[in-house]
Design a binder for this molecule. Sequence first.
Ligand SMILES: Cc1cc2nc3c(=O)[nH]c(=O)nc-3n(C[C@H](O)[C@H](O)[C@H](O)COP(=O)(O)O)c2cc1C
Ligand SMILES: [Mn+2]
Length: 474
Amino acid sequence: MAQDLRTYLRQLAEFDKRSVRLVDKEVDPRFGITGYAAALAEKGEYPALLFNRVKGADFACVSNLLTEYERIALYLGCEVQDIPRVYGEKLQKPIEPVVVERSRAKVKENVIAEQDVDLGKLPIPVHNEMDGGPYLSAGVMIIRDPDSGLINAGIYRHQIFNATDMGVWFLGAHHGGLIYKKYKKMGKPAPIAIALGHHPGFVMGSVSRVQGIGGEYEAAGALMGEALELVQAETSDLLVPAHAEIILEGEILPDEEHPEGPFGEWPGHYLGGGSVPTIRIKRITHRNNAIFQDIVASSREHLVVGGVPRSGSIYQTVKEVVPSLKTVHVPFYARMHCYISLHKEREADVKKAAFAALNTEQENLRHIVVVDDDIDVFKGEEVAWAIGTRFDAERDLLVIPKWNGPGGLLPTNWEYSKEGKNTPRMSAAAIVDATKPAPPIVFPKRAVVPREHIELADLDALSEPGTDGLSKWL
Ligand SMILES: Cc1cc2nc3c(=O)[nH]c(=O)nc-3n(C[C@H](O)[C@H](O)[C@H](O)COP(=O)(O)O)c2cc1C
Ligand SMILES: [Mn+2]
């Protein structure tokens, strides 16, 4: 059976029962869905939330699904600390998608005709306080490049304007925007489809840094470990995932811009927006009892889904330049950072690794911290300790002026004024070399308890002291 959102939900529930929670109470899509996620986050809990009754909606909604690295490791079949390597290696071996018969495609179980399209029937959340409206945050938009004929996919934020229209916000040099501009230049509408609700391998494949236009379906196949099944779209020559929960089909209009935003973005601020192209939806197909998929915007989920694919791509490119690389981590709590651990053979390894990382992820990375291979880059406190003990700002800091921007989503890429007017600016990148000097220099050794004695400790013999156990002293 082909993998999809439901096979994954089942796998997740079997892995850890408490990681999937059903909300059977009615919730308001306006802040109700994110309200649950935020209340749990305040307690340090991040279960996937399945909302059964969303006010005014015909479908259930799953949110907070991809909040924990363990859930990514689950579908990749590896340990958390191996995610960047395994992810990167899988991307190196793309798997071609296959086209299946319409009768086999679950997403064709129901078809909503053009005159019946009403986006208000989808449980589309308003996420954060000042958001301009409801947003699709986990929709994978599919578009065909008119020159090469290749299909490209990516997640782009879509603000809902009315029953049939939504926006699309393209950042920088993302292929989705480049392709749209080709249609616009020809004065033609761009046929698109938006897939909602699928296996995390599909979602993350679509946001992986694949070189050149297209290749996301192949990346999704690699991450899912099987060929992605596609089916012919209803209204265009696009091929869409056959087992998505919901497919919206429509067009980006060549000459209809619409004001958009604000929207709480991944750096945790409201940024971006302005005027965006309009998409008109003309057909919806969906599975029986379809589950709409949301990603909690500007939260841990948004950062995990964005960060893990970056770690995977950076692992690959840095490994080519510095084979003694141990691993990399673009942390979910600060996705503009990248921590790199390596066994330093030569002094130049640090800069080579850092520049490879910066070049792989040019839009979002600002701070590269390079550490030795005794530091666990998945533990923020270890990285902080390495900076505290092995980094000297005078010698080990390299600032690359005007690397990021101008503008975009990072708050540092704007100049602010008393009048509240923002003008775009460039901001710097920094390489923090928190490694020890390369051999033959001898650096003080790290204080540790001998490993064999750690292993001797009998943790099963630990017990809670009853009052009796303490009576000698208290
Ligand atoms: C949750 C999430 C939301 C995103 N929102 C946007 C967005 O609004 N606009 C955008 O251009 N990229 C956005 N991205 C990033 C792109 O989806 C990603 O960089 C993708 O690889 C771009 O593919 P492309 O270059 O083929 O267009 C988002 C990524 C994630 C994970
Ligand atoms: Mn692409």
